[in-house]
Design a protein. Sequence first.
Length: 292
Amino acid sequence: MEEKNYVAISHRDPVFPEKLRQAGPRPDLVYVKGDLPDPARPSVAIVGARLCSAYGRQQASRFGAVLASHGVQIISGLARGIDAWAHEGALGVAGSRVFGVLGCGIDVVYPRQNGPLYRRVEENGGLVSEYPPGYAPLPRNFPLRNRLISALADLVLVIEARERSGSLITVDCALEQGRAVYALPGRVDEPLSAGCNRLISQGAGVACSPEYLLEELKILCGKKMPVEETVNFGLATDLELVYSCLGFQPKRLQAIQEETGVSVRKLKELLLELELDGWIRELMKDYYVKLK
């Protein structure tokens, strides 16, 4: 009989990852091989096309390696293509920490050709799944799995994605969870870059280099966060109310409206005024973040 080499962690357990409580819907139980990501260290999820180009492979490996060399934990879905190359790049760095979130049972290696990578990820970080051991990698599992990838990360990086790529589901989840989203720009005539270029046109951050992302992570994950002071605009109470409900993580227009009770039409006018005055920024359509 094969020895059990995983643990099952209930959402009631104190060691259940706090970030997964934000997954929406929160998994009741997760199975873990190896370790869970350390919440005290920054984490970046790198996702993208399974059938990627040489450019995509090179950049996934490069970003994975450089980020890992600065202590950033790398998270992906352990799929073929960009996911695997990001892990390979990170694993080339001594002491790197990498994590795979599976769309099947914790003991199921999928895809099969990633068997050696699966074992290396387990040894140098860990594997996580909400599906019970032996559960098959059904197509419906993967869109649900994507919300856990983004939940465990502080920042989601998309490297190559077609217009209708499954990676864009991860982006939607990330924005709902208040995670930062970045995309690698590509040629305008390259179908594998169409999804990334569209994200950038809608306000996603431009992943121009791993070093740039490291600077952004310092802002997102810095130990010393700026003290939020009450801002006296000398303007209408509604303006102060809208500003006060924003944070340094993206927030959706609908959530702002529900919290403030301001009508959508009036809210858009107030948000535009705040943005023009340099207090906030619209990161993507209907997602806003405080700048100071």
